[in-house]
Ligand binder design. Structure first.
Ligand code: B12
Length: 209
């Protein structure tokens, strides 16, 4: 475990920001974000074991946001010129976790995708409206709590009802999502991290997935 992961897990805001500020000059932004994410995983485990409570979860999110504000400009600076495709993204209804979704947004943008970010707690009809309005052919759904699997399914059903399911590729991610949840929700694919989201979006655009 790195010092940065440790400091994040221990909610030592000053230490996290010091390390990030120091490392951003030399280190790759993707690596910094990965170390921070590992720290958040530890926070989540401590929360499950009742070693941390809601107040610590809130603190962890706050520290991550401050660190992200330092890292994001560096990430976006690597942006490649041409737009590769349009992606509509959001955290599904009933879920307010957006840190992971925001990372996916930053990675997609830095890889040249045009991204319509609807935020968190997004109802199915808002996804449908935005897909129609923007003509996007990719939908990315994020959800971290187990109950969101049903909401993802309902959201994808709403695409079918609106007659646009065949025109839109759907990827899902967040939490313990795997192949069986892809089947359950009716999505096309899942990704475990922001880099896989980019890989999937590229494959969707190229027609290879
Ligand atoms: C920070 C945090 C919070 C913050 C969220 C701040 C915010 N606005 O985002 C706050 C305090 C608000 C919060 C609230 C709650 N939380 Co919370 N939270 C976390 C924590 C510690 C970290 C989440 C995080 O940001 N991770 C870092 C990011 C970078 O990782 P990520 O989200 O997984 O995203 C990555 C991948 O999943 C992927 N990805 C994400 N989205 C997508 C989408 C696509 C398309 C693709 C391809 C990939 C992809 O790429 C991302 C980047 O690598 C997790 C623990 C954990 N291990 O995840 C618990 C956790 C998710 N929370 C949990 C719970 C229970 C809750 C609450 C219900 C607590 C409560 N009693 O109120 C509420 C939920 C309220 C609601 N209705 O949503 C549980 C969920 C359990 C479950 N399986 O259902 C967890 C797992 C903690 C635990 N171990 O118990 N939480």
């Amino acid at each position: 475990m790195t010092d940065l992961t440790d400091a994040m897990a221990d909610l030592d805001e000053q230490k996290v920001l010091n390390i990030v500020n120091e490392q951003i000059r030399t280190n790759k932004p993707v690596q910094i974000l990965d170390e921070l994410r590992r720290g958040l995983d530890i926070v989540g485990n401590r929360f499950s074991k009742n070693e941390y409570f809601l107040v610590e979860l809130v603190m962890s999110a706050d520290i991550f946001k401050k660190a992200m504000a330092i890292v994001e400009p560096k990430l976006l600076a690597t942006q490649r010129a041409s737009a590769k495709g349009k992606v509509v993204i959001g955290t599904v209804q009933g879920d307010i976790h957006y840190i992971g979704k925001n990372l996916v947004v930053a990675f997609l943008k830095s890889n040249g995708f045009e991204v319509y970010d609807l935020g968190e707690d997004v109802p199915p009809e808002k996804f449908v409206d935005t897909l129609k309005k923007t003509g996007s052919s990719i939908l990315a759904l994020s959800g971290l709590i187990t109950t969101t699997h049903d909401v993802m399914r309902t959201t994808i059903e709403a695409l079918k009802t609106a007659g646009i399911r065949k025109k839109v590729k759907v990827m899902i991610g967040g939490g313990d999502i795997g192949e069986e949840i892809v089947k359950y929700t009716g999505a096309d694919a899942f990704g475990r991290d922001a880099l896989s989201a980019v890989e999937l979006a590229k494959k969707f655009t190229a027609g290879t997935k």
